[in-house]
Design a protein around this ligand. Structure first.
Ligand code: ADP
Length: 447
């Protein structure tokens, strides 16, 4: 206890004793000691009750009362209460200001922010942007179930996935279907979730413009290239012996440009698709085709091994999967020196999925390049890629085809020892191999 409070307490105690002593003395003079002492004690109790009432008044008063003066224990208590009340008010004001600032910041965000109560899935708060992006209306929608308010967005199913909910990257706004939203769920406490929606219409339009531009340019280049290619084919090097090396180079370059245009068109086509037809992909003929293609590119300079251990087939697009697998096989041959080995293996996985891996004993890829090799035009060695007729787009095509099949590409590589490109398919893509297929996709269909 601080010394000034202890001395105030002792002073009040001393006053009480002095009062009782005085009452006893007066009582002794008047001949009624106990009556005087009792009256004095009752007066002291009454005074304490009166002070207690003052304390209660201070604690319950709405307006601010001035602190008491004087140096008794009740005055000290009054001053202590006054001080702690002032501190509490100051803290409350600071917190309210802070809360207002946060709310103002959240309200001013250009993204829609909605606080959702987790169990009831009801709206607790939302900012201004939520009104024009999601169509929420203040104050009517406070407490409204978010799922029904944001129909036709599949919000309840999405909320049910909870923490694992993947962001909805391109969803139509319930207000205007031309408004494209990127919606994500942020579980920021056990009871509350934050739903954040961002307007990505402009970004998607730009992305579409880029895609259209690449597709149009590639398409426009196709005809002139075919013409140039045709005339070059008509020129007989034997008629112009001095032009032979130049003609060969021109033919090589025009072939490269044709391949580049074809690859760009394939990529644009894949990008424009959300899904592919689910056909039965017979893997035995597919593996046989891959072997033939590998041997054709290799010209018997490599050993090609095919291992078909899975004994199952796939659901997917014959054409696109063939294009992805054959890109991997062609890379394996092109980036493996003469006498190397290319192994294509088709195996079951423990999780009932299946994996197609293409391994080579070639140059390998340095670890630093691995994360980027599936980017467009990314090459580890530009000269080696060009020499072998690469466009730098093969692995991008592979990545797109695989993502349309919900499959995953895993790359392991060691410089000087070789690389393995493994394509992992989930169990939902696998189906038992038909021993006597009534309809087997022909090689023509695949190619
Ligand atoms: P490219 O047409 O140049 O082969 P890709 O997209 O198919 O383009 O491959 C990108 C780059 O990845 C290649 O340029 C090459 O450097 C590297 N790469 C791809 N496959 C292999 C492989 N099997 N072995 C070594 N490097 C490879």
């Amino acid at each position: 206890m601080p010394s000034h409070i202890r001395s105030a307490w002792l002073r009040t105690l001393g006053m009480l004793l002095l009062l009782l002593l005085l009452a006893a003395l007066l009582g002794w003079v008047a001949g009624h000691v106990w009556a005087f002492v009792t009256v004095a004690a009752l007066a002291v109790v009454a005074w304490h009750y009166w002070r207690l009432r003052k304390v209660l008044l201070r604690l319950t008063a709405r307006e601010r009362l001035a602190p008491a003066r004087g140096n008794g224990v009740w005055n000290e208590l009054d001053r202590l209460l006054h001080r702690s009340q002032s501190e509490m008010r100051r803290r409350k004001r600071r917190l309210v200001n802070l809360l207002r600032a946060y709310r103002a910041a959240a309200a001013a965000l250009p993204d829609a922010v909605v606080v959702v109560e987790r169990n009831s899935q009801r709206v607790q708060w939302f900012n201004k942007a939520a009104t024009h992006l999601l169509g929420l209306d203040y104050p009517n929608d406070i407490g409204a179930p978010i799922g029904t308010r944001l129909q036709p967005l599949p919000i309840p199913r999405w909320l049910a996935e909870g923490r694992n909910a993947e962001p909805m990257l391109d969803a139509a706004s319930p207000v205007d279907p031309n408004l494209r939203l990127n919606i994500r769920l942020i579980p920021y406490s056990d009871d509350h979730w934050l739903l954040v929606a961002r307007d990505v219409s402009k970004l998607l339009r730009l992305e579409q413009m880029r895609r259209d531009f690449v597709a149009n340019v590639s398409h426009e280049l196709r005809t002139p290239l075919t013409v140039v290619h045709g005339y070059l084919d008509m020129l007989d090097p034997q008629e112009f012996p001095e032009w032979t090396p130049m003609l060969a180079e021109m033919q090589k370059q025009s072939q490269r440009m044709t391949q580049l245009v074809e690859d760009l068109l394939t990529l644009s086509r894949l990008e424009a698709q959300d899904s592919l037809p689910d056909e039965s992909v017979a893997m035995a003929p597919m593996l046989a085709t891959l072997r033939r293609e590998a041997e054709a590119i290799s010209q018997h300079r490599h050993q090609v091994i095919i291992e078909d251990h899975a004994g199952v087939d796939l659901w997917g697009s014959n054409k696109e999967l063939h294009s992805a697998f054959s890109n991997l096989v062609s890379n394996a041959v092109r980036y493996t020196p003469v006498d190397g080995t290319i192994t294509v293996s088709w195996k079951r996985k423990e999780d009932d999925g299946v994996v197609l891996s293409v391994s080579d004993t070639g140059y390998g890829i340095p670890a630093a390049h691995l994360p980027r090799v599936t980017e467009r035009f990314y090459r580890v060695s530009t000269s080696r890629s060009r020499e072998s007729g690469g466009t730098g787009l093969g692995l991008s095509i592979v990545k797109h085809v695989l993502s349309l099949h919900q499959a995953r590409l895993e790359i392991h590589s060691e410089v000087g020892r070789g690389s393995t490109f493994a394509v992992h398919f989930g169990p939902e893509r696998v189906h038992p191999r038909d021993r006597h297929p009534t309809h087997t996709p022909s090689d023509n269909q695949i190619a």
